[in-house]
Design a protein around this ligand. Structure first.
Ligand SMILES: [Zn+2]
Length: 523
């Protein structure tokens, strides 16, 4: 009931002011701000840091480090469990399967942040299986820390709490961090890819809250959606990992989980979101790593969202432990598999399921936010099986053959710097070389009329023409036969819908009529 929630909120706001020092507190008494306030409030950055420090102090198995700094200078906590210390060297030396878990990329979607802190505490209390026999957990509970501190009662209107307010979606630069994985404009995204390069997690879990459709699922999820994702990773997630987790959640907790989607009368069908690697799960897949996007249902109560996310992560980790070696084998094999000469997607569109599937549609009831009086929505226990086609995967609409190598000319220094930040291997050309390459002859180009994430997105058309050129010193070679070959292709291929062209990073050269990337075709 809204009134009782509101009353509890007022009572609990007073209660949270009384906290005890770390030394006198045991793990049992270590509660998240959400727990302390009966799920009326969510943790501030300070709350998260305090809990992270106490966990590291009270537990021998939890190590606390940082993997970077936000735009406003907040250090990003990373809790490492299952290695001798928190360093990348110690983590990689274990030989175990490394699982990265991230909360709060969108800082109004706070259930992951709370669930991860609860998971850490309960792991330290011995409440879970010995996951760290086979896994190292790398836990970043508060990725968009600056966004978290911009708490407001009016962020994410209509979402059912936390009634005490929540952070904002973008970071302090106004950037959506879940659109920044290719261009890397934010210090947070830079820190994330640096973490990926240093710790090389085999698995990445990114925790969100939904927007939109009123379905009956407590949580929806997605594997990597880019059609260039290694087939082995896609198959493992869709055929084994996600079905097992879904089944076990239903058995243990009675809740339905399913693939993320939206449905409307304007667009009937169950549509997932987007294949482009600007999104975390899609980007992780193009790095040959397993990824799961988690979307707790926005209109479930905040407590249900936290618990639903926690249970999801528990089942994901159980499965990861049961299949730890298999996961490493799949990602290692994907790293060794060259894409040179393969037809890869540069653009893609939804693929319709062969047959209709049954989607559980739901219902909500209106309530009033006790602080603002605005309408918020609460999930009702209604589940209406509804047949419809599913659009849960993508097929290429345009492809190119992955070349042997790209050469990025010195004038594209910005692109070279970003390639290095991604961890893509680049080899500097140290003496002038005359070779036969392909040059992209630009026929035409268009620029978006509206700015998006600080850029006017660009599209170009043209064709690759063989040509003998002298490569100037300062050029870098990017061999495509490398572990990040799929990513390099998506960044450098001119028709890629999420590469340097699309993000207007090569605008200066393109406007002077030159595409500053050459390639050597596959033999
Ligand atoms: Zn989100």
């Amino acid at each position: 009931m809204p009134t009782s929630r509101g009353m509890r909120w007022m009572l609990c706001s007073a209660f949270v002011l009384t906290s005890t020092p770390a030394s006198s507190q045991t793990l049992d008494a270590l509660l998240t701000r959400a727990e302390r306030t009966d799920f009326v409030e969510t943790s501030s950055y300070e709350d998260v840091m305090e809990m992270a420090e106490r966990l590291a102090a009270l537990s021998d198995v939890i190590h606390l480090t940082t993997f970077g700094e936000t735009n406003e200078g907040r250090s990003l906590p990373l809790l490492v469990v299952g290695a001798a210390d928190a360093s990348p060297g110690a983590v990689r030396a274990t030989g175990k399967t490394r699982v990265y878990l991230q909360g709060n990329i969108h800082a109004g979607e706070v259930c992951g942040k709370e669930a991860l802190l609860m998971l850490l505490r309960d792991f330290a209390r011995g409440e879970y299986p010995p996951w760290t026999d086979d896994l190292v957990l790398l836990i970043a509970p508060i990725y968009n820390a600056d966004g978290n501190e911009r708490m407001s009662l009016t962020n994410r209107p209509r979402q059912h709490g936390p009634i005490g307010g929540m952070g904002q979606r973008p970071n302090a630069q106004g950037l959506d961090l879940n659109r920044d994985h290719m261009k890397l404009d934010s210090p947070e995204a830079r820190a994330l890819v640096a973490m990926m390069n240093a710790y090389d997690p085999h698995v990445g879990i990114d925790l969100h809250t939904t927007n939109g459709t009123r379905h009956a699922y407590h949580l929806t999820y997605a594997p990597p959606l880019h059609p260039n994702t290694p087939v082995s990773i896609d198959a493992f997630l869709r055929d084994e990992w996600l079905p097992q987790v879904t089944r076990r959640i239903k058995e243990k907790h009675g809740w339905d989980y399913y693939y993320y989607g939206n449905h409307s009368s304007r667009r009937p069908g169950w549509y997932t979101f987007d294949h482009r690697p600007r999104f975390n799960n899609n980007y992780t897949g193009l790095r040959n790593r397993m990824a799961i996007l988690s979307e707790a249902y926005a209109y479930a109560s905040f407590e249900d969202r936290v618990m639903g996310t926690l249970w999801f992560v528990e089942e994901i980790l159980d499965f990861a432990q049961e299949h730890a070696e298999e996961i490493r084998n799949i990602t290692d094999a994907a790293d060794r598999q060259s894409v040179v000469g393969q037809q890869l997607a540069t653009r893609a569109d939804f693929e319709r399921s062969r047959e209709e599937v049954t989607i559980l549609m739901g219902a909500v009831q209106e309530e009033r936010h006790p602080g603002t009086g605005e309408v918020i929505l609460l999930r009702r226990d209604v589940s209406t099986p509804t047949p419809m086609y599913e659009y849960g995967a993508f097929v290429p609409t345009e492809t190119a053959v992955a070349p042997q190598a790209y050469y990025v000319l010195p004038e594209a220094a910005d692109a070279i710097e970003r390639l290095r930040a991604h961890g893509v291997t680049v080899v500097p050309v140290t003496e002038e070389r005359r070779i036969v390459v392909e040059r992209y002859q630009i026929d035409s180009t268009t620029v978006a009329t509206r700015e998006f994430q600080g850029h006017f997105e660009r599209t170009i058309w043209g064709e690759w023409i063989p040509e003998r050129v002298t490569l100037p010193i300062g050029t870098v070679a990017v061999p495509v036969d490398q572990a990040l070959g799929r990513l390099a292709f998506s960044l450098l291929e001119p028709r890629s819908d999420d590469g340097f062209v699309a993000w207007a990073i090569l605008d200066e050269q393109i406007e002077s009529g030159v595409y500053p990337v050459l390639r050597v075709a596959a033999r």
